[in-house]
Design a protein around this ligand. Sequence first.
Ligand SMILES: [Zn+2]
Length: 130
Amino acid sequence: MGSWREERVSKVLRDPFGFTLLETSVVMAIVGFVIVLALPNFVTIRHQAVAKACARNLSLIQQAKERYALDSGQPGTVVPVAGDLNRYFKAGIRKARCPFDPARSFHTSYRVNAVNVPPACRKNPERHRL
Ligand SMILES: [Zn+2]
């Protein structure tokens, strides 16, 4: 019977890549702890990126509405439809959609509103604003 150290050394020499259950458990606990710490940050960053993308679309919609009103001589109270604004979007207005919209459609993503009222996101109007 040797000491604990001698037993450990002899075990390591027999199987140099083996880990004990305790060592494996400690590593898994540390990895789990890091994941638990990092996950909320990833979710927050993703939500912020989606809100920014949506706000950019809302800004483009507002600019298109103002250009439409100027070009057609309409008052600020006119409510343009998507077809009226399409020519002011390079890729077409149908490509503009909220990233949170599962339907991936302009009409289910945004409410255009009148020219003098900012457009609104239908999916998350509290956080996705101009
Ligand atoms: Zn949105």
